[in-house]
Write a protein that binds this ligand. Structure first.
Ligand code: MLT
Length: 410
């Protein structure tokens, strides 16, 4: 009989969001008249920007013609999309990138997982806690960890606790690690890192020959102009950082699927015999072998996000979600809840009232307010006692959810 990859058996629970979905479905089936408001998974609710939708439609129409028909595209993405992103999104930050350093994909979740293919198994990985669960779980799946302890920490991983005492910004590892996951604006806490903070990480990485995986999926939600949008705004980052970006939240592509990875040519690893080797070359090799590119209409739609009209409309949608974040933040603060995040990020991280556990608060909100959020402990042991609300709902639902929670907590 074929043997399974038993690393999967080390995983302690199902993936967080399907588990929440299961509990919500069970509640909804038992309470069919309850109007459940979902502010759990960060899934967008606004329609695509009209200019983006038009480009999407036009590209589908291209497929109906013989002269504009598109079959297999370049596995790493069309140059016209890559060059547009470099020109419109990186150049204004003062960041120069080559076309060959950017890879278009079908989303950031897969990229964060797949990047592990090009790193040796004996690299030591440092992961924040709480954290986007994909970073942790994919390291378990690939076999880089031992078993989990009773708290949920996997043997072999260096966890970097993020809590109120350190303003949810992890301290540098005390020993040497090889790979560091950073996510700013952070999912789940919604906090951001300024340039000085990121400089500390880049300096650590360069001093220790480590690589930073910088997840910038929420950069478009930054409202404070002093906060960096890209790790490459930091001196020395091109030597040590791989950046992930996503159209999911920025442009409402959670169902459309498009993301990107930047792997600068200067980011080097070592071969077993100690020679330097470029991760860019390996990622290109992996991409061209294991992927056939994001679809042509999706890439056309993604390029339209950066047209003048497309960007203006996209910004309006981002502002809409950030107004939701303000409504949640201010409403719950009025109700006496301690709130973090939600200023430069579409997530509000709150301290559960009266010291409740994260899952107890989840059940309370679901059963008493019919509001779904995400238990902080689902993002790691240090998330216990916290709870995440997403600002991606529609306005009416967000206002109603806040009113229901306020009334309940009075
Ligand atoms: C989240 O809610 O944390 C995100 O939507 C999950 C994701 O982007 O995969």
């Amino acid at each position: 009989m074929a043997k399974i990859n038993d690393n999967y058996l080390k995983l302690k629970a199902g993936y967080l969001f399907p588990e929440i979905g299961r509990r919500v479905r069970a509640f909804a089936e038992a309470n069919p008249t309850a109007k459940v408001i979902r502010l759990g998974i960060g899934d967008v609710t606004r329609p695509l920007a009209p200019a983006v939708l038009k480009a999407f439609h036009d590209a589908v129409d291209d497929l109906a013609t013989t002269d504009r028909f598109a079959g297999y595209g370049p596995e790493q993405g069309y140059d016209w999309l890559i060059d547009t992103i470099i020109e419109k999104s990186y150049k204004p930050l003062g960041v120069e990138l080559k076309t060959s350093e950017m890879f278009i994909s079908d989303g950031s979740k897969c990229d964060c997982a797949n990047i592990l293919d090009i790193f040796a198994m004996d690299n030591v990985v440092a992961i924040g806690d709480p954290v986007y669960p994909v970073y942790n779980d994919t390291n378990v799946m690939i076999g880089r960890t031992g078993e989990a302890d009773e708290k949920g920490y996997y043997q072999g991983v260096v966890y970097l606790p993020c809590n109120e005492a350190n303003d949810f910004i992890p301290a540098l590892p005390t020993g040497k690690v090889d790979i560091i996951y950073l996510c700013f604006p952070n999912n789940p806490t919604g906090v951001v890192a300024d340039k000085a903070e990121l400089q500390r990480w880049v300096d650590y990485a360069n001093a220790n020959d480590a690589v930073i995986f910088f997840d910038a999926a929420y950069e478009a939600f930054i409202t404070d102009s002093s906060i960096p949008h890209s790790i490459y705004e930091i001196e020395g980052a091109k030597k040590c950082a791989i950046e992930f970006r996503s159209f999911s939240k920025t442009a409402g592509f959670t169902g459309v699927r498009c993301g990107l990875v930047v792997v600068p040519e200067e980011v080097m690893g070592t071969t077993p015999s100690g020679e330097k080797y470029s991760f860019n070359k390996l990622w290109l090799r992996r991409t061209t072998t294991k992927f056939n590119g994001a679809s042509y209409p999706v890439q056309r739609a993604a390029a339209a996000v950066y047209s003048e009209e497309g960007w203006q409309q996209t910004r309006e949608i981002i502002d809409y979600y950030m107004e939701n974040a303000r409504i949640i933040r201010e409403g719950l603060t009025e109700a006496g809840v301690t709130i973090f995040g939600g200023v430069n990020a579409p997530y509000i991280w709150l301290k559960t009232p009266a010291g409740m556990t994260s899952w107890d608060f989840f059940d309370k909100l679901l059963t008493e307010c019919h509001v779904v959020g995400t238990p902080g402990s689902g993002f790691g042991p240090s998330g216990e006692g916290y709870f995440r609300l997403s600002a991606f709902g529609n306005r009416e639902n967000v206002v109603e959810a806040v009113e229901r929670i306020k009334k309940n907590l009075k």
